[in-house]
Ligand binder design. Sequence first.
Ligand code: ZN
Ligand code: ZN
Length: 340
Amino acid sequence: MKAIKITSPFHAEITEVPKPEITAPDDVIIRVTSGGICGSDIGIYNGTNSLATYPRLIGHEFGGIVEAVGPAVTGIEPGSQAAADPVLSCGKCYACRIGRHNVCRNLEVMGVHRDGGFAEYVKVPAKNVHLYHKKLDESLLGLAEPYTIGAEICKRAQIQAGDQVLIMGSGPIGICAMQVAKRQGAQVILSDLVKERLEKAKSMGADETVLVPEENLEERLEQFTDGEGIPVVVDTVCTPASLEDAVRLACPAGRIVCLGLKDQPSKICMADITKKELTIVGSRLNNNCFGEVIAGFEDGSLNPEQLMTKAYHYTDIMEALTMITEHPKDVLKLVLKFEG
Ligand SMILES: [Zn+2]
Ligand SMILES: [Zn+2]
């Protein structure tokens, strides 16, 4: 079968690899129909993803049609549409034992630490397979994973109906988090530097948007919250300065979700944390969020068809990578299609 391999930074190739076979009783083979290209795939391609090793079959956002299941698998029938959770954990470490397997000490993410789903077929443990119940366009089957990132953010922020949320950054993660927060009854204001990205967010349900270089974010937050200040801040911009902004902007008793993987420090004033008794939490990958996301796809509150900017045949991977690199403002999520 064919698969997309990054052999070393800046070297991507369509390669022939053995088709996976059932070897463990709980194996499931998925015929991949589509996958979403993520910033971290770009990072593996251009050598800036410090977690990746080479050569690597990339792709952690993928889905398709169940092709075959191992003898111990129940409830997953061949022919079903499915999404795959790329998070693999040990089940034994502290994080796993307390139900936080997405930060397992021995964490492996398909497409990053081990081979992923940008291939014609992929093998996934049954517990990582999540079925769609309503038929979805095959090009969208890989887009549950980016929404699970949004669902994890909302879980970590303990978002509840009526909460007011600032999401800094209107890229795919910001928009997925916005739609999940809206689904949970929150009011969401998004900020970004790019007008087109904010227009997209608005069309997908954001209550308000703030174009940062032209508008005063603090003033807009004052208006948005009737002078209360913003209780939840999600930082998808992920620079040292954006985390400083989040700590400054959050109101007393506020919650901040941090997503960045950079190792540069932020200058955060401890008094801001103490005096406001802020809760600052990290959010990584997803912890069993696929069920919620698939429910959102099926009730129409989450719109993967609007997240997808364009679909490419997988053999045009270089064209897709070029599009993302050269026109980042015009791209929300590119999809690779694997059928045929
Ligand atoms: Zn991703
Ligand atoms: Zn573990």
